[in-house]
Design a protein around this ligand. Structure first.
Ligand SMILES: *Cc1c(COP(=O)(O)O)cnc(C)c1O
Length: 423
């Protein structure tokens, strides 16, 4: 059977061991092709119950609830770590935002290497990471080196490999920080090889897994990763603004000190003593009171990921993105659209990136005319994802067929630019 036959996708769904998960998510419009799970996942039905249950719990327990709420960042971190990160217990916290956790771990890494003054990242990195690094460099008089792997005019990219990184490394490097999957191009980095390479020159790596967690296997323990952060609302399906997570390997927990010394990191927290003495375990990386509502959303969503198994999830992401690339070759390449993501499944995650000068208008028209939800990234990228639990293969196939018709007919040119600040 050919990939361009609709049967092809229906057959994949029929044999998909994860197919039944789709019915565990809220889908209000069954005709919609939701291909933006890499930006915001769908809501699990179990989350509605979990949040309501928490409201009842809060009402009944009021302040006494803190006796068990107080440490929920840790078991929720353990759950997330086991389900999606390949992380043993006691190394993950669910807390704050990716941006805050990123700042915390980057400065902890920098201060663990006194005297060294160089930070390395890449131009393709997510804006918040680059802006925070710029601020850190200014605040502490450090030298921020940005590997120029992206031409902003055309959004092409270069994967960061050990060969690309090697010329930048020397004994002044304190921190290297990269995305595990580049947000725009979808390129995946070899975390094991790069962590080892940077360790060999005495530096530390902080990985940002936001576009990877819940889509691919990360095996942070087995890959020897020291530090990693990520969000929970993309492939993690935990909801807009749900708390993020941080991973600190047991190997480096004692040696690192985060800059914000909050009371949740205090060893004898409720003695409320005059001097800060950091807890020597993962709690030493927590700032403050956990967001319980958000944490319950993370628990229900990552319980589903655990039940599905991250290997099965990663497999579906690989097969789904392969189908996208095959459909792209058959239908979209002839229309002048370019592919900006690797054809090797080991070098990508759950989304692919297509490039066209009219990308903004195509994305708007996909929403307004075709009932397909893509994701536009300036200046010319169309990102399309398969979020393995809530997305079916046929949903992806139909989305691509509608995109082919929209672009081939030129109908997309009839829509006017939208007025939202968000793209
Ligand atoms: C989505 C994403 C973030 C988001 O940061 P917030 O603090 O949650 O707003 C950060 N970094 C990367 C790489 C992302 O993909």
């Amino acid at each position: 059977m050919n990939v361009t036959d609709r049967e092809f996708a229906l057959e994949l769904d029929k044999n998909d061991p994860l197919a039944h998960f789709k019915s565990q998510f809220v889908v209000t419009d069954p005709e919609m092709c939701y291909l933006d799970g890499n930006s915001l996942g769908r809501i699990p039905k179990a989350t509605i119950t979990a949040v309501n249950d928490f409201m009842v719990e809060w009402g009944a327990e009021v302040v006494t609830g803190w006796s068990h709420w107080v440490d929920e960042a840790q078991p929720t971190g353990d759950l997330l770590g086991e389900a999606a990160l390949g992380a043993g217990p006691g190394q993950v916290l669910v807390c704050d935002t990716t941006s805050v956790n990123f700042y915390q771990l980057c400065l902890a890494a920098i201060h663990a290497r006194p005297g060294r003054k160089t930070i390395i990242t890449d131009a393709a990195n997510f804006p918040t990471d680059r802006y925070i690094l710029d601020g850190i460099a200014k605040q502490f008089g450090l030298n921020l080196v940005i590997i120029d792997n992206e031409d902003p005019a055309i959004a092409t990219h270069e994967r960061i490999t050990t060969q690309v990184l090697a010329p930048y490394l020397n004994d002044d490097v304190t921190l290297v920080t990269l995305e595990i999957i580049q947000y725009r191009s979808g390129a995946r980095t070899d975390i094991k090889a790069i962590t080892e390479q940077v360790r060999a020159i005495g530096g530390l790596v902080v990985w940002d897994a936001s576009h990877a967690v819940g889509a691919i296997e990360l095996n942070l323990d087995a890959n020897g990763v020291d530090l990693c952060v990520g969000c929970t609302y993309k492939y993690g399906n935990s909801g807009p603004g749900s708390p993020a997570w941080l991973y600190v390997s047991k190997r480096v927990q004692k040696e690192l000190q985060v800059p914000i010394q909050g009371w949740f990191a205090q060893d004898a927290q409720f003695e409320m003593g005059p001097v800060f003495e950091r807890a020597q375990n993962i709690r030493g990386f927590q700032i403050a009171s956990p967001s319980l509502v958000g944490i319950r959303c993370v628990q229900s969503a990552f319980s589903m990921i655990k039940a599905a198994g991250i290997d099965a999830i990663a497999h579906k992401a690989a097969v789904g993105t392969q189908m996208m690339i095959d459909l792209y070759d058959a239908w979209l390449a002839p229309l002048g659209i370019e592919l900006n993501t690797s054809r090797d499944a080991k070098e990508r995650g759950g989304h692919i990136s297509l490039v066209h000068p009219d990308a903004a208008q195509i994305c708007l028209a996909l929403r307004e005319i075709s009932n397909v939800i893509p994701d536009y990234r300036t200046p010319n990228s169309i990102r399309l994802a398969i979020s393995p639990l809530p997305t079916s293969y046929i949903e992806v196939w139909d989305g691509f067929a509608r995109m082919r018709d929209l672009v081939a007919s030129g109908q997309y040119k009839t829509v006017k630019e939208g007025g939202s600040r968000v793209t």
